[in-house]
Design a protein around this ligand. Structure first.
Ligand code: DOR
Ligand code: ZN
Length: 352
Protein backbone atom coordinates (compact mmCIF):
# COMPACT_ATOMS: atom_id res chain seq x y z
CA UNK A 1 0.00 0.00 0.00
CA UNK A 2 1.25 3.50 -0.85
CA UNK A 3 0.15 6.46 1.22
CA UNK A 4 0.16 10.19 0.79
CA UNK A 5 -1.10 12.96 3.01
CA UNK A 6 0.00 13.80 6.52
CA UNK A 7 -2.50 14.46 9.29
CA UNK A 8 -5.21 12.43 7.65
CA UNK A 9 -4.78 10.02 4.81
CA UNK A 10 -6.45 11.53 1.76
CA UNK A 11 -5.36 9.15 -0.94
CA UNK A 12 -4.97 5.41 -0.79
CA UNK A 13 -3.67 3.13 -3.53
CA UNK A 14 -4.18 -0.60 -3.10
CA UNK A 15 -3.88 -3.66 -5.27
CA UNK A 16 -7.08 -4.14 -7.28
CA UNK A 17 -9.56 -5.89 -4.97
CA UNK A 18 -12.00 -8.77 -5.48
CA UNK A 19 -15.56 -9.23 -4.25
CA UNK A 20 -15.95 -12.72 -2.83
CA UNK A 21 -19.76 -12.54 -2.56
CA UNK A 22 -21.83 -10.71 -5.17
CA UNK A 23 -25.34 -10.89 -6.64
CA UNK A 24 -25.41 -9.79 -10.28
CA UNK A 25 -28.88 -11.06 -11.31
CA UNK A 26 -29.51 -11.52 -15.03
CA UNK A 27 -30.74 -9.77 -18.17
CA UNK A 28 -31.38 -6.04 -17.96
CA UNK A 29 -30.78 -6.00 -14.20
CA UNK A 30 -27.35 -7.56 -14.76
CA UNK A 31 -26.52 -4.91 -17.34
CA UNK A 32 -27.57 -2.19 -14.88
CA UNK A 33 -25.42 -3.31 -11.95
CA UNK A 34 -22.37 -5.05 -13.45
CA UNK A 35 -20.45 -1.85 -14.38
CA UNK A 36 -20.38 -0.76 -10.72
CA UNK A 37 -18.61 -3.94 -9.63
CA UNK A 38 -16.35 -4.18 -12.67
CA UNK A 39 -15.10 -0.62 -12.15
CA UNK A 40 -13.75 -1.57 -8.73
CA UNK A 41 -13.17 -5.29 -8.57
CA UNK A 42 -11.12 -7.56 -10.82
CA UNK A 43 -13.09 -10.69 -9.93
CA UNK A 44 -16.15 -11.71 -7.98
CA UNK A 45 -17.79 -14.88 -6.80
CA UNK A 46 -21.18 -14.54 -8.48
CA UNK A 47 -24.02 -15.94 -6.40
CA UNK A 48 -26.23 -18.56 -8.10
CA UNK A 49 -29.65 -17.68 -6.62
CA UNK A 50 -31.31 -16.81 -9.91
CA UNK A 51 -34.76 -18.12 -10.79
CA UNK A 52 -34.33 -20.88 -11.74
CA UNK A 53 -31.22 -21.38 -9.62
CA UNK A 54 -27.82 -22.09 -11.16
CA UNK A 55 -27.46 -25.69 -10.05
CA UNK A 56 -25.32 -27.25 -12.79
CA UNK A 57 -21.93 -26.55 -14.31
CA UNK A 58 -23.57 -26.15 -17.72
CA UNK A 59 -25.91 -23.48 -16.34
CA UNK A 60 -23.00 -21.72 -14.62
CA UNK A 61 -21.00 -21.62 -17.86
CA UNK A 62 -24.01 -20.14 -19.67
CA UNK A 63 -24.50 -17.57 -16.91
CA UNK A 64 -20.80 -16.71 -17.05
CA UNK A 65 -21.09 -16.07 -20.81
CA UNK A 66 -24.09 -13.78 -20.23
CA UNK A 67 -22.12 -11.83 -17.63
CA UNK A 68 -19.16 -11.38 -19.96
CA UNK A 69 -21.51 -10.36 -22.78
CA UNK A 70 -23.04 -7.71 -20.50
CA UNK A 71 -19.65 -6.24 -19.60
CA UNK A 72 -18.95 -2.82 -21.15
CA UNK A 73 -15.99 -3.00 -23.54
CA UNK A 74 -13.78 -0.66 -21.48
CA UNK A 75 -13.97 -2.81 -18.33
CA UNK A 76 -12.21 -6.02 -17.42
CA UNK A 77 -13.80 -8.39 -14.95
CA UNK A 78 -13.66 -12.10 -14.26
CA UNK A 79 -16.80 -13.78 -12.94
CA UNK A 80 -15.99 -16.73 -10.66
CA UNK A 81 -18.92 -19.10 -10.62
CA UNK A 82 -20.49 -21.11 -7.81
CA UNK A 83 -23.29 -23.67 -7.93
CA UNK A 84 -26.45 -23.66 -5.87
CA UNK A 85 -26.74 -26.84 -3.81
CA UNK A 86 -30.08 -28.62 -3.68
CA UNK A 87 -31.19 -31.83 -1.98
CA UNK A 88 -30.70 -33.50 -5.37
CA UNK A 89 -27.26 -32.24 -6.39
CA UNK A 90 -25.31 -35.33 -7.55
CA UNK A 91 -21.75 -35.87 -6.34
CA UNK A 92 -20.70 -36.11 -10.01
CA UNK A 93 -21.57 -32.40 -10.36
CA UNK A 94 -18.54 -31.65 -8.19
CA UNK A 95 -16.30 -33.37 -10.73
CA UNK A 96 -17.91 -31.47 -13.60
CA UNK A 97 -17.54 -28.18 -11.72
CA UNK A 98 -13.89 -28.81 -10.92
CA UNK A 99 -13.10 -29.83 -14.51
CA UNK A 100 -14.72 -26.66 -15.90
CA UNK A 101 -12.03 -24.43 -14.43
CA UNK A 102 -14.71 -21.73 -14.10
CA UNK A 103 -16.57 -22.92 -10.97
CA UNK A 104 -14.89 -22.13 -7.66
CA UNK A 105 -17.39 -23.32 -5.10
CA UNK A 106 -20.82 -24.54 -4.11
CA UNK A 107 -23.27 -22.40 -2.19
CA UNK A 108 -25.31 -23.84 0.64
CA UNK A 109 -28.61 -22.05 1.17
CA UNK A 110 -30.67 -23.67 3.89
CA UNK A 111 -34.09 -23.89 2.18
CA UNK A 112 -36.14 -20.82 3.03
CA UNK A 113 -33.31 -18.88 4.69
CA UNK A 114 -33.31 -15.95 2.27
CA UNK A 115 -34.20 -14.55 -1.16
CA UNK A 116 -34.59 -17.30 -3.79
CA UNK A 117 -33.54 -20.07 -1.41
CA UNK A 118 -36.70 -22.16 -1.90
CA UNK A 119 -34.78 -24.86 -3.76
CA UNK A 120 -32.01 -24.90 -1.17
CA UNK A 121 -31.02 -27.74 1.11
CA UNK A 122 -33.66 -28.98 3.55
CA UNK A 123 -31.29 -31.17 5.58
CA UNK A 124 -27.51 -31.17 5.40
CA UNK A 125 -27.55 -34.96 5.65
CA UNK A 126 -28.99 -35.07 2.14
CA UNK A 127 -25.83 -33.63 0.61
CA UNK A 128 -23.32 -35.70 2.58
CA UNK A 129 -21.92 -37.40 -0.53
CA UNK A 130 -21.59 -34.07 -2.37
CA UNK A 131 -19.76 -32.48 0.55
CA UNK A 132 -17.42 -35.45 0.83
CA UNK A 133 -16.58 -35.17 -2.88
CA UNK A 134 -16.00 -31.42 -2.48
CA UNK A 135 -13.51 -32.14 0.29
CA UNK A 136 -11.75 -34.67 -1.95
CA UNK A 137 -11.52 -32.29 -4.89
CA UNK A 138 -10.78 -29.23 -2.74
CA UNK A 139 -13.88 -27.33 -3.85
CA UNK A 140 -14.90 -24.49 -1.51
CA UNK A 141 -18.25 -24.58 0.31
CA UNK A 142 -19.86 -21.17 0.72
CA UNK A 143 -22.42 -21.12 3.49
CA UNK A 144 -25.42 -18.95 4.19
CA UNK A 145 -25.27 -19.58 7.90
CA UNK A 146 -28.73 -19.23 9.40
CA UNK A 147 -31.14 -21.79 10.78
CA UNK A 148 -34.60 -21.57 9.27
CA UNK A 149 -36.45 -22.88 12.33
CA UNK A 150 -39.24 -20.30 12.77
CA UNK A 151 -39.11 -20.86 16.53
CA UNK A 152 -35.63 -19.33 16.64
CA UNK A 153 -35.48 -15.56 17.08
CA UNK A 154 -34.36 -13.92 13.85
CA UNK A 155 -31.39 -12.29 15.61
CA UNK A 156 -30.19 -15.68 16.93
CA UNK A 157 -30.36 -17.66 13.68
CA UNK A 158 -26.68 -17.32 12.84
CA UNK A 159 -25.49 -18.33 16.30
CA UNK A 160 -27.81 -21.37 16.33
CA UNK A 161 -26.57 -22.38 12.87
CA UNK A 162 -23.00 -22.46 14.14
CA UNK A 163 -23.93 -24.79 16.98
CA UNK A 164 -26.36 -27.02 15.13
CA UNK A 165 -24.82 -27.27 11.67
CA UNK A 166 -21.55 -25.49 10.95
CA UNK A 167 -19.36 -26.56 13.87
CA UNK A 168 -20.26 -30.25 13.46
CA UNK A 169 -19.79 -30.00 9.68
CA UNK A 170 -16.27 -28.56 9.77
CA UNK A 171 -15.21 -31.23 12.24
CA UNK A 172 -16.86 -34.05 10.28
CA UNK A 173 -15.05 -33.06 7.07
CA UNK A 174 -11.63 -31.77 8.12
CA UNK A 175 -10.44 -31.27 4.54
CA UNK A 176 -13.47 -29.25 3.39
CA UNK A 177 -12.68 -25.57 2.94
CA UNK A 178 -15.58 -23.42 4.08
CA UNK A 179 -16.43 -19.74 3.71
CA UNK A 180 -18.96 -18.61 6.28
CA UNK A 181 -20.64 -15.92 4.20
CA UNK A 182 -21.65 -12.42 5.35
CA UNK A 183 -21.06 -13.01 9.05
CA UNK A 184 -22.96 -10.70 11.36
CA UNK A 185 -22.30 -11.67 14.97
CA UNK A 186 -19.59 -11.80 17.62
CA UNK A 187 -20.35 -15.51 17.86
CA UNK A 188 -19.44 -15.95 14.18
CA UNK A 189 -16.22 -13.95 14.56
CA UNK A 190 -15.19 -16.12 17.49
CA UNK A 191 -16.14 -19.31 15.70
CA UNK A 192 -14.09 -18.45 12.60
CA UNK A 193 -11.10 -17.31 14.65
CA UNK A 194 -11.05 -20.52 16.64
CA UNK A 195 -11.89 -22.92 13.83
CA UNK A 196 -9.47 -25.34 12.19
CA UNK A 197 -7.49 -24.17 9.13
CA UNK A 198 -9.62 -23.93 5.99
CA UNK A 199 -12.45 -21.93 7.57
CA UNK A 200 -12.84 -18.25 6.65
CA UNK A 201 -15.57 -15.61 6.42
CA UNK A 202 -16.74 -12.77 4.24
CA UNK A 203 -17.90 -9.49 5.77
CA UNK A 204 -20.25 -6.96 4.12
CA UNK A 205 -19.97 -3.18 4.33
CA UNK A 206 -23.40 -2.85 5.92
CA UNK A 207 -22.53 -5.15 8.81
CA UNK A 208 -19.35 -3.11 9.48
CA UNK A 209 -21.07 0.27 9.26
CA UNK A 210 -24.54 -0.24 10.76
CA UNK A 211 -26.28 -1.99 13.59
CA UNK A 212 -29.94 -2.96 13.84
CA UNK A 213 -30.97 0.52 14.98
CA UNK A 214 -30.49 1.48 11.32
CA UNK A 215 -33.55 -0.61 10.48
CA UNK A 216 -35.75 1.70 12.51
CA UNK A 217 -34.04 5.10 12.30
CA UNK A 218 -36.95 7.56 12.08
CA UNK A 219 -39.29 4.85 10.77
CA UNK A 220 -38.96 1.46 9.11
CA UNK A 221 -36.06 1.45 6.65
CA UNK A 222 -36.50 -1.27 4.03
CA UNK A 223 -33.28 -0.39 2.24
CA UNK A 224 -31.33 -1.43 5.34
CA UNK A 225 -32.97 -4.85 5.38
CA UNK A 226 -30.81 -7.80 4.33
CA UNK A 227 -30.34 -11.41 5.34
CA UNK A 228 -28.75 -12.08 7.73
CA UNK A 229 -30.34 -9.02 9.30
CA UNK A 230 -28.23 -6.28 10.92
CA UNK A 231 -27.30 -7.16 14.50
CA UNK A 232 -26.49 -5.38 17.77
CA UNK A 233 -23.73 -2.82 18.23
CA UNK A 234 -21.53 -5.32 20.07
CA UNK A 235 -21.71 -7.62 17.06
CA UNK A 236 -20.80 -4.83 14.67
CA UNK A 237 -17.87 -3.86 16.91
CA UNK A 238 -16.60 -7.46 16.94
CA UNK A 239 -16.67 -7.64 13.13
CA UNK A 240 -14.90 -4.32 12.77
CA UNK A 241 -12.27 -5.31 15.30
CA UNK A 242 -11.53 -8.56 13.45
CA UNK A 243 -11.03 -6.87 10.09
CA UNK A 244 -9.16 -3.91 11.60
CA UNK A 245 -6.64 -6.31 13.11
CA UNK A 246 -5.94 -7.64 9.65
CA UNK A 247 -6.88 -11.19 10.56
CA UNK A 248 -6.39 -13.18 7.34
CA UNK A 249 -9.48 -15.39 7.74
CA UNK A 250 -11.74 -12.41 7.10
CA UNK A 251 -12.16 -10.92 3.64
CA UNK A 252 -14.33 -8.73 1.46
CA UNK A 253 -17.71 -9.91 0.21
CA UNK A 254 -20.16 -7.09 -0.39
CA UNK A 255 -23.27 -9.26 -0.74
CA UNK A 256 -24.48 -6.40 -2.96
CA UNK A 257 -28.01 -7.64 -3.72
CA UNK A 258 -30.09 -5.40 -5.96
CA UNK A 259 -33.88 -5.41 -5.86
CA UNK A 260 -36.20 -2.99 -7.62
CA UNK A 261 -37.47 -0.19 -5.39
CA UNK A 262 -41.03 -1.56 -5.49
CA UNK A 263 -39.88 -4.96 -4.24
CA UNK A 264 -38.13 -3.31 -1.26
CA UNK A 265 -40.72 -0.66 -0.40
CA UNK A 266 -43.53 -3.16 0.05
CA UNK A 267 -45.69 -4.73 2.73
CA UNK A 268 -43.39 -7.76 2.55
CA UNK A 269 -40.15 -6.29 1.23
CA UNK A 270 -37.24 -8.33 -0.13
CA UNK A 271 -33.97 -8.80 1.75
CA UNK A 272 -30.95 -7.32 0.04
CA UNK A 273 -28.85 -4.15 0.10
CA UNK A 274 -27.31 -2.75 -3.07
CA UNK A 275 -23.80 -1.49 -2.33
CA UNK A 276 -21.82 -2.07 -5.53
CA UNK A 277 -21.80 1.69 -6.31
CA UNK A 278 -19.59 2.07 -3.21
CA UNK A 279 -18.28 -1.48 -3.12
CA UNK A 280 -14.80 -0.54 -1.89
CA UNK A 281 -15.43 3.06 -0.76
CA UNK A 282 -17.81 2.01 2.03
CA UNK A 283 -15.21 -0.36 3.43
CA UNK A 284 -12.66 2.48 3.35
CA UNK A 285 -15.01 4.42 5.61
CA UNK A 286 -15.26 1.54 8.05
CA UNK A 287 -11.52 0.91 8.11
CA UNK A 288 -10.81 4.62 8.51
CA UNK A 289 -13.20 4.80 11.46
CA UNK A 290 -11.28 1.92 13.05
CA UNK A 291 -7.92 3.59 12.36
CA UNK A 292 -6.99 0.66 10.14
CA UNK A 293 -6.77 1.90 6.56
CA UNK A 294 -3.45 0.07 6.32
CA UNK A 295 -5.39 -3.21 6.66
CA UNK A 296 -7.84 -2.52 3.84
CA UNK A 297 -5.62 -3.96 1.12
CA UNK A 298 -5.19 -7.31 2.84
CA UNK A 299 -8.92 -7.58 3.48
CA UNK A 300 -9.94 -6.49 -0.01
CA UNK A 301 -7.21 -7.81 -2.28
CA UNK A 302 -5.08 -10.48 -0.60
CA UNK A 303 -6.85 -12.62 2.02
CA UNK A 304 -9.65 -13.87 -0.21
CA UNK A 305 -7.37 -14.69 -3.14
CA UNK A 306 -5.08 -16.59 -0.79
CA UNK A 307 -7.99 -18.56 0.63
CA UNK A 308 -9.27 -19.46 -2.85
CA UNK A 309 -5.67 -20.18 -3.94
CA UNK A 310 -5.89 -17.71 -6.79
CA UNK A 311 -3.21 -15.18 -7.78
CA UNK A 312 -3.29 -11.63 -6.48
CA UNK A 313 -4.47 -9.13 -9.07
CA UNK A 314 -1.80 -7.16 -10.87
CA UNK A 315 -3.29 -3.65 -11.14
CA UNK A 316 -4.16 -1.08 -8.48
CA UNK A 317 -7.02 1.25 -7.65
CA UNK A 318 -6.80 4.61 -5.91
CA UNK A 319 -9.29 5.92 -3.38
CA UNK A 320 -9.56 9.63 -2.61
CA UNK A 321 -10.98 11.03 0.60
CA UNK A 322 -13.49 13.22 -1.23
CA UNK A 323 -17.08 12.85 -0.06
CA UNK A 324 -19.64 12.48 -2.83
CA UNK A 325 -23.42 12.55 -2.96
CA UNK A 326 -25.05 9.22 -3.65
CA UNK A 327 -28.06 9.59 -5.97
CA UNK A 328 -31.53 8.76 -4.71
CA UNK A 329 -31.73 5.95 -7.21
CA UNK A 330 -30.04 4.40 -10.21
CA UNK A 331 -31.78 3.01 -13.30
CA UNK A 332 -32.56 -0.71 -12.95
CA UNK A 333 -34.05 -2.18 -16.11
CA UNK A 334 -37.43 -0.42 -16.36
CA UNK A 335 -37.41 0.24 -12.60
CA UNK A 336 -35.38 2.05 -9.95
CA UNK A 337 -32.64 0.77 -7.67
CA UNK A 338 -32.15 2.51 -4.35
CA UNK A 339 -28.49 2.21 -3.29
CA UNK A 340 -27.06 2.15 0.21
CA UNK A 341 -26.69 5.79 1.39
CA UNK A 342 -29.18 7.04 -1.22
CA UNK A 343 -29.42 10.84 -0.90
CA UNK A 344 -26.53 10.86 1.56
CA UNK A 345 -22.74 10.92 1.26
CA UNK A 346 -19.94 8.39 1.03
CA UNK A 347 -16.64 9.73 2.38
CA UNK A 348 -14.33 8.06 -0.14
CA UNK A 349 -14.38 8.19 -3.90
CA UNK A 350 -12.79 5.93 -6.48
CA UNK A 351 -10.23 7.92 -8.49
CA UNK A 352 -11.04 7.94 -12.20
O1 DOR B 1 -30.11 -9.94 1.83
C1 DOR B 1 -29.89 -10.85 1.06
N1 DOR B 1 -30.20 -10.76 -0.24
N2 DOR B 1 -29.35 -11.98 1.53
C2 DOR B 1 -29.21 -13.07 0.78
O2 DOR B 1 -28.74 -14.07 1.28
C3 DOR B 1 -29.69 -13.08 -0.63
C4 DOR B 1 -29.73 -11.73 -1.17
C5 DOR B 1 -30.47 -11.62 -2.46
O3 DOR B 1 -30.26 -12.42 -3.35
O4 DOR B 1 -31.25 -10.67 -2.61
ZN1 ZN C 1 -25.70 -13.10 -0.75
Amino acid sequence: MRRAGTARLTRLTIRRPDDWHLHLRDGAALRAVLPFSAARFARAIVMPNLTPAVTTTAQALDYRRRILAALPAHLKFEPLMTLYLTDDTPAAEVDRAKDSGCVFGFKLYPAGATTHSESGVTDIGRIAAVLARMAELDMVLQVHGEVTDPAVDVFDREARFIERTLAPLVERLPALRVVFEHITTRAAVEFVRGARPGVAATVTPQHLLMNRNALFAGGIRPHHYCAPVLKAEGDRAALLEAVARGEPRFFLGTDSAPHARAAKEAACGCAGIFSAHGGIELYAEAFEAAGALDKLEGFAALNGADFYRLPHNSGTITLLREPWDVPGHYPFAAEQLVPLRAGERIAWRLAP
